[in-house]
Design a protein around this ligand. Structure first.
Ligand code: SF4
Length: 377
């Protein structure tokens, strides 16, 4: 940071001075915290201390009144001097679905005032939170509202984690809503604004905190990272984590996919599918979710279904068919349900696992591809 300093000869000059800034606690993994404690206080109790701190922060409520009494005064003082425990986002707007109880939050990033969206989706004993990883998105998929914004910036680890902490705090303070009847969030999907693999370091770090048994304690198969298939980040998420991976496929043909998903020109489908096949064979993953948004007259024909079956040979895949969520200004249309189930039947007849997802939160524009640009500064 530039600081104006008064020199002895009474001239002002601009000098570079290191200003100590506090790191957000929610950006640190447990091992990183343990290493820092070991560096300052020695290795002897570093593991135990980091575990105690993590347990306190992630299991305790309320958020802003932590009880660190089990720790020594020195450690408490160091923590307070070095870490910021406030959540780096605040709720700016909330919309509730009257159809299915979904709740969509617009969350303001405290550092620059930009907005991202996050959605709580209750469904048959599960409470899923859909989270964002970027403000806007660089991938420009043609059926997606977020894609029209372009990329403004990627979120930090603490801004990704903060969406869940903030929603949990809101649930505990607002007990009258259906989503608040769940004991905890059971699943996390990285399917909000942005392409997660375009923010790979922060995404990997956040999955580690979500899955840490002293963090948010989610099983890796309850955490799903969705991607259009960016390479080589796809290999990284598969090698460095155990979370579930969902590929947004949307057409089995290279040229057609490139038309709706420009990313396909840089990362061709055959290359991406080959990576999934390689990981299926090596046993890194048994199965991938393949997301296929059905667009009327574009990718919903028998020819597409049959090509999809042959493309996915040798890949452990569960196909999730999503009839398009139409939005204002969209140039594509949603197929009728008869066509959707016909498409599903062709896949099933070939021995594939295929489900149809009728999106939640459509009345509050919270469904896939509907997280909108209008509210984002
Ligand atoms: S569908 Fe996903 S990757 Fe494509 S533009 Fe939208 S947010 Fe980005």
């Amino acid at each position: 940071m530039n600081i104006l300093c008064l020199k002895k000869d009474h001239q002002f000059e601009v000098v570079l001075k290191e200003i100590k800034t506090m790191n957000s606690f929610f950006g640190a993994g447990r091992i990183e915290l343990e290493d820092k404690i070991a560096e300052i206080f020695g290795t002897k109790k570093a593991k135990l201390r980091s575990e105690t701190i993590f347990k306190k922060i992630y299991k305790q409520n309320p958020l802003d009144n932590y009880d660190f009494s089990e720790l020594s005064h020195e450690v408490i003082a160091w923590l307070k001097n070095n870490y910021d425990f406030s959540v780096p986002l605040e709720i700016s707007d909330i919309q509730m679905s009257t159809h299915d109880g979904s709740v969509k939050f617009a969350m303001r990033l405290k550092s620059d005032g930009k907005l991202v969206e996050s959605v709580l989706i209750p469904e048959r004993g599960r409470l899923t939170q859909c989270i964002s990883t970027q403000v806007g998105c660089a991938q420009g998929c043609r059926f997606c509202q977020t894609g029209r914004m372009g990329l403004m910036r990627s979120l930090t680890t603490e801004e990704i984690i903060g969406q869940v902490i903030l929603a949990e705090k809101w649930r505990k303070e607002n007990l009258d809503f259906h989503v608040s009847s769940y004991q905890r969030i059971t699943n996390i999907v990285y399917m909000g604004m942005g392409e997660p693999l375009d923010n790979i370091d922060n995404v990997i770090k956040s999955t580690q905190i979500f899955c840490d048994h002293l963090g948010l304690n989610l099983s890796p198969n309850k955490v799903t990272v969705s991607t259009v298939g960016l390479m080589p980040a796809l290999d990284r998420i598969l090698n460095e984590t155990k979370v579930a991976v969902a590929l947004s496929l949307h057409s089995p043909f290279e040229d057609e996919r490139s038309k709706v998903m420009p990313v396909n020109l840089r990362h061709p489908l055959t290359q991406v599918i080959e990576t999934l096949r390689k990981h299926t064979l090596s046993g890194t993953r048994h199965s991938f979710m393949i997301q296929y948004t059905l667009l009327r007259g574009i990718n919903d024909t028998e020819r597409h279904a049959e090509a999809l079956v042959s493309l996915l040979q040798g890949v452990g895949a569960k196909i999730n068919l999503i009839p398009l969520n139409e939005h204002e200004g969209a140039s594509f249309r949603r197929p009728d349900l008869g066509r959707v189930y016909q498409f599903q039947q062709i896949l099933k007849n070939s021995g594939m696992v295929a489900t149809v997802r009728l999106s939640k939160g459509r009345d509050i524009q919270a469904a896939c591809g509907q997280l909108i640009k209008d509210k984002v500064k």
